[in-house]
Write a protein that binds this ligand. Structure first.
Ligand code: UDX
Length: 427
């Protein structure tokens, strides 16, 4: 009897950061459900954290075609990758690239005799494109940022050519961006990606070099890389509906001790309940989180090092999210219908926060301010004064998100098309 041909094996390669790892693991699961075999390739540092803190291994057990595979990023184990992620990217270009090439050339060695027939790589990693082309394997690029922000990135060469970038100073941050049609409607200079501002010379140089080189005109579920504190869910169970502001600045952002204190006073003075994620490495210059801040407010405030964020946002007690506007956090909040206060840290987050306030009316953009009285007032506005208005618009957004993900919805149909494309290219 003729044997059926092996199924296409897709190699998925995310950036070694929590946000991209999370979203691309979800994509992997969907592709497995669509009948594909998946190799999820991560740096050895991420591999160790996933094996230790997430339930990826047990969760993917039901997909025999799924394989978690590690590749070296070329850095010593004790390198502070979170603080110095640009060094990680540089090292990967040198050390990971040849290993990646060997892996593709060898076919990836699936047990059922299958070979890697297609690569899906994060667009933030540049070398997989060159390698896949060299080896002759089709490659899809995934961007784990919003389409709106990707458009802004694509327009950067145009902004540089028109002389709008780089800024000469940070004085006119409220000037609308003029040289790209459509942008003048809602984007100010302060809403452009953080590296567009002065005081960021290496990235400016990088941008210019890139422009010159291209000559371009234009639940019971965890993917966590840290140990989740699940006690906060129990604490949330005791809080009234939509009464708690969830506060988290994602996996990379750091704050100074002064900023931490401003947030603390702002939150306490707002009189609202809050659940605050303070990562152990998130206070710049401090090795310890100042726990004495908690004294006297224990019943209203709960602090953890890392939370099961998606479960927190889905909890009925949560009524708002003070976020750094990372794209995963923004999507997770929109999906659960939780209004936001945005305090963007860098990269795409400046754009996302503007969209949240100005375009989607899902909350407030508090960028470039870190003052206890502003924080207090903004929190009150979101959680009390304008609560009904924001809860309504967030509920509408959540309903559209769910429609697009459901059978026949736009996201659902795009995913089906992607799976078909992968199968076609793997013949
Ligand atoms: C950042 C950016 O924000 C992102 O937009 C950019 O493209 C790359 O770098 P990150 O800081 O990781 O990523 O933010 P985000 O994209 O929001 O992802 C954070 C992820 O960690 C979310 O999926 C969130 O659910 C999870 N998380 C966060 C937790 O599970 N627990 C926490 O306590 C905090």
């Amino acid at each position: 009897m003729a044997q059926s041909p092996p199924r296409p094996r897709v190699l998925i390669f995310p950036l070694p950061l929590q946000g991209p790892v999370n979203s691309m693991l979800k994509l992997s699961e969907l592709l497995c459900l669509g009948g594909l075999h998946v190799t999820f390739l991560v740096t050895d540092h991420i591999d160790a954290r996933l094996r230790r803190y997430s339930n990826v291994q047990s969760r993917f057990h039901s997909y025999p075609g799924f394989r978690l595979q590690a590749i070296s990023d070329g850095l010593p184990e004790n390198h502070p990758r979170g603080d110095k992620f640009l060094e990680v990217f540089e090292s990967m270009k040198v050390h990971t690239k040849p290993l990646f090439k060997e892996l593709l050339q060898s076919g990836g060695g699936g047990e059922g005799g299958d070979r890697i027939s297609c690569v899906i790589a994060d667009g933030g990693l540049e070398f997989p494109l060159d390698v896949a082309e060299e080896v002759g394997i089709p490659l899809f690029i995934v961007r784990t940022i919003s389409a709106a922000c990707l458009w802004v990135f694509f327009c950067l060469p145009q902004l540089i050519q028109s002389g709008e970038l780089p800024f000469t100073g940070d004085d006119d941050l409220d000037v609308m961006v003029k040289s790209v049609p459509g942008m003048e409607r809602y984007l100010r200079r302060r809403d452009l990606p953080s590296f567009c501002r002065s005081g960021n010379p290496p990235l400016h140089a990088h941008l210019k070099a890139k422009l010159a080189a291209t000559g371009a005109s234009l639940p019971d579920f965890s993917n966590s890389l840290w140990e989740e504190d699940r006690f906060c869910l129990v604490w949330l169970d005791d809080q009234p509906p939509k009464s708690v502001l969830y506060v988290s600045f994602g996996s990379l952002a750091t704050v100074t001790r002064d900023q931490l204190m401003e947030f603390w006073h702002g939150l306490v003075n707002s009189g609202q309940r809050f659940l605050w994620v303070i990562r152990q490495d998130s206070v710049a210059g401090e090795s310890q989180v100042p726990m004495e801040l908690l004294q006297g407010s224990e019943e209203r405030g709960f602090v953890v090092y890392w939370a099961p964020q998606e479960e927190v946002l889905a909890h009925p007690a949560v009524g708002g999210f003070l976020t750094h506007s990372g794209w995963n956090s923004t999507l997770e909040s929109a999906y659960e219908g939780v209004p936001m206060i945005c305090w963007p840290y860098f990269l795409d987050q400046q754009v996302n926060s503007r969209l949240v306030e100005e375009e989607w009316k899902l909350g407030f953009d508090m960028k470039d301010t870190c003052d206890r009285s502003v924080i207090e007032k903004t929190v009150r506005n979101l959680m009390e004064v304008r609560k009904d208005e924001f809860q309504r618009s967030a509920a509408q957004m959540a309903s559209s998100a769910k429609t697009s993900l459901g059978d026949g919805g736009s996201s659902f149909s795009h995913l089906e098309r992607l799976i078909q494309d992968i199968k076609d290219k793997s013949v």
